[in-house]
Design a binder for this molecule. Sequence first.
Ligand SMILES: [Zn+2]
Length: 185
Amino acid sequence: MPLNENQTTCSARSKNSGERCKNPAIKGATVCRIHGGSSPAVRRRANERVQLEKASKLLGIPADVEPTEALLHAVRVSAGDMLTLGEMVNEETSLRPAYERAVDRMAKVSKMALDAGVAERRVNMAERQAADMMRVLQAGLDAAQLSVEQQALAREAMAAEVRRLDHAAYEANRRFNKSMERDDV
Ligand SMILES: [Zn+2]
């Protein structure tokens, strides 16, 4: 569900008159405080949507998905970017600003996931998955004894491929979750 940029009104209707409630809906949800918006479950889901919307804006990923998976995906992508640039900046100092932006983005995305209530160990695991992948790639580069320029080219190509794979896994996960949702109905 797309998040309302401007606060919208509550979607509840009066049982007697059938008229729509005129209270503002809470951020990230479609109901006001009186009509369910103060319940912990609704508030938690609303907050997840708000955090996911922020992360999706930052990284350009779709927001119409299960928030926990999407936020973990965002953590993996931004950790991968940060680690790739971290390796490259050692040899190419002009990449320093890009690397610093990646570090900053990574910190923000992790915080968004934690703020959305994603368990810290799952956030840490997503970061570790990205680090493991980078180690595998680095071992390959080291073994090939490439020049600095060749390493940089190889690293960029591999980072793009890892990102593509992660997106593909994420899309598959998304479709799977959607099909499970349909079965629930
Ligand atoms: Zn209401």
